[in-house]
Design a protein around this ligand. Structure first.
Ligand code: ZN
Length: 621
């Protein structure tokens, strides 16, 4: 293996695809961590996949394929090679002629793989060389196409109603029903939060949202579009005949033993098709505890201290889809005791928690956050949670509740923790009352967690350290803050061992990336965790609230007292190998939603790009 890798590496160097001085380093890394040289070179940005392909094609005197169009590939022929084999060797059968089987491969010197293909087809193999990622992408598309075709090949669709039994037990024969069921099953396996069904000119495209990103999951012929849409409408009790108006419905389903609540939304598009978005809420999902959400020991200790206070307001802030609701649930779950009366007003109620009383807010009938909260105060509560504070009335009642001896948990829509202070003042809160009620503000974002099966280490780059604030200067100021006796940000009870706190800028750290594998559907990620910025309303920040200081000043002061910013906490999680630098930078860009209105308008203008359900059900976090 090692000599093979050196042999390939030397070809690349000789052909100019890889700088000579990088080879030994890459080979050393390859020996240490396994994997292959090409991946390491491409991932480390020292070589380009097409430059590698060209060098290998030239060396082997084979043609180079620049573009692979899955539409040109005969699916039934290609898929005679098992997908696992195709992916492992990055080899794709393009077509078969009388004399030969034509393949595109990434490594023409992988003679074993080429020989296996020869055996499968019992024909001479005629190989061309292509870029690794392009081949992999084509493999995905071709094999997906096959999955779609197989399931919807039957000519007759016969949608019928069906009881809400487990779809795994269903022996349903109608192909459309089986196809729709398999959509749910696959979505569950891949941990998708939403399923988008989008009719296009020639086919129906299904995309899944996994860890916040949309991926094409499968395609079906346009001929089945009406049956698919009707089937989903029947299941969600929508009007099949109504095709000109948006509709909302829901499906309750058992998928592989887990109960799902699926919210369905249809909208008519200008091209005369309806598109459907379904949001999956897993009713069997367990409530998470704060450490499971990605809280560091220090943040956890601080947060735990706040939620055990008898009164005060704790706000969780961040854009839509940043996991705020999940954090509130985790807080409630932690303090949930039989001797406490806990009431929540939510829109909608997403998890039902034993021992607490939850109210589903319905603005349509006049049951708003404000009116629910006002009623709660007559119900002798200890702790109240309000889904969101977005108007003066709700804010005022929340402040009152806090001042009369209740702990109030809520969310507010701002970019960072300091911004929540100015936002509440803008909503008309009296700074004096705010100062004596708000005890802490937690800002958060979600970052994707690296797949543990395919992640690998690399030496951090200078600009990455710079961007994450892992510099000698920053670490010196942080150390000084830790020794400030007035700081409440460093609870004595929390021990060392935090990679961020103990980071030594003299030692260049290793960061992580992932190459993507079957376990993570080639995304390189599995699941998401939060990064946090917890602002304590202490003796430094309190006076600034009274003075109506701007968010910038509040943030700077809190940092001087020891607050970690979102990016600091992101750096901690990069150091811990939980996520990538890119994820953290993307999640902590300033002004992510500087203008929410503009973003929404842009989404609407992009036609079907933004699904209504992902807005309606936005707090399913
Ligand atoms: Zn993976």
């Amino acid at each position: 293996m090692a000599s093979e890798q050196r042999f390939l590496g030397e070809i690349l160097v000789r052909r100019g695809a890889l700088p000579a001085d990088k080879l030994d380093g890459l080979l050393a890394t390859q020996r240490e961590r396994g994997g292959d040289l090409f991946d390491l070179a491409v991932n480390a940005n020292v070589a380009d996949e097409m430059a590698i392909a060209k060098a290998l094609a030239d060396e082997a005197a084979l043609p180079l394929v620049v573009r692979i169009d899955p539409a040109d590939i005969v699916t039934t022929v290609a898929t005679r090679v098992p997908i696992a084999f195709a992916k492992a060797h990055r080899i794709l059968v393009v077509r078969e002629s009388d004399a030969a089987v034509h393949v595109v491969c990434s490594d023409p010197f992988d003679t074993q793989a080429l020989d296996d293909v020869r055996v499968i087809f019992e024909k001479t193999v005629d190989a061309s060389v292509g870029g690794r990622d392009r081949i992999e992408d084509a493999i995905n598309r071709v094999y997906e196409k096959q999955a779609g075709e197989e399931q919807l090949e039957s000519d007759e669709a016969n949608p019928e109603d069906e009881a809400a039994s487990d779809i795994l037990d269903s022996d349903e024969e109608a192909p459309v029903i089986r196809w729709v069921n398999s959509l749910f099953l696959q979505a569950m396996k891949e941990r998708a939060s939403d399923i988008h069904i989008e009719p296009e000119e020639k086919e129906v495209i299904v995309r899944y949202r996994i860890d916040g990103e949309l991926y094409v999951a499968r395609r079906a012929s346009r001929a089945f579009m009406n049956s698919i849409i009707s089937r989903i409408k029947i299941e969600s009790a929508l009007n099949i005949a109504e095709k000109r108006l948006p509709q909302d419905g829901r499906i309750t389903k058992k998928i592989a033993g887990k109960g799902f609540d699926i919210r369905v939304s249809t909208i008519p598009t200008s091209r005369g098709y309806e598109r459907i978005v379904m949001r999956l809420l897993n009713k069997s999902s367990v409530l998470l505890d704060l450490p499971d959400l990605g809280f560091s020991p220090r943040e956890y200790a601080l947060m735990d201290g706040l939620i055990r206070r008898p009164d005060g307001i704790i706000l969780v802030t961040g854009p839509t889809g940043s996991g705020k609701t999940t954090t509130l649930y985790a807080c409630i779950n932690r303090i949930n005791q039989p001797n406490l009366n806990i009431l929540t007003a939510e829109d909608p109620v997403e998890y039902e928690i034993q021992g607490i009383h939850q109210v589903h807010v319905q603005a349509k009938i006049g049951l708003t956050f404000a009116s629910a909260l006002r009623a709660f105060l007559r119900q002798d509560p200890d702790i109240v949670m309000v889904g969101e504070i977005r108007d003066h009335e709700t804010l005022e009642i929340a402040i009152n509740a806090s001042l009369t001896g209740h702990l109030v948990l809520s969310t507010i829509h701002t970019n960072d923790a300091a911004g929540a202070v100015t936002r509440t003042i803008d909503m008309g809160a009296e700074p004096f009352l705010l100062r004596s009620s708000v005890i802490g503000i937690l800002a958060q974002r979600l970052v994707r967690v690296l797949c543990k099966h395919c992640k690998y280490q690399y030496l951090a780059e200078d600009f990455e350290l710079e961007e994450l604030g892992l510099t000698a200067e920053r670490m010196r100021t942080r150390a000084a803050r830790r020794n400030n006796p007035a700081s409440r940000y460093f609870p004595r009870t929390v021990g060392e061992g935090d990679l961020f706190e103990s980071f030594d800028p003299a030692q260049r750290p290793m960061f992580w990336k992932a190459r993507g594998c079957a376990e993570c559907s080639n995304t390189g990620f599995a699941g998401r965790r939060g990064i946090y910025e917890l602002l304590l309303v202490d003796d430094a920040v309190g006076p600034l609230i009274l003075k109506r200081a701007d968010a910038q000043t509040i943030k700077r002061t809190a940092q001087e007292m020891g607050m970690d910013t979102l990016r600091d906490d992101g750096a901690r999680k990069v150091l811990a190998g939980m996520t990538t630098v890119e994820e953290v930078l993307a999640a902590t860009q300033e002004d992510v939603e500087a203008d929410k209105g503009t973003a929404a308008a842009a989404g609407a203008a992009a036609g079907a790009a933004v699904a209504p359900v992902s807005r309606v059900g936005a707090e399913a976090e």
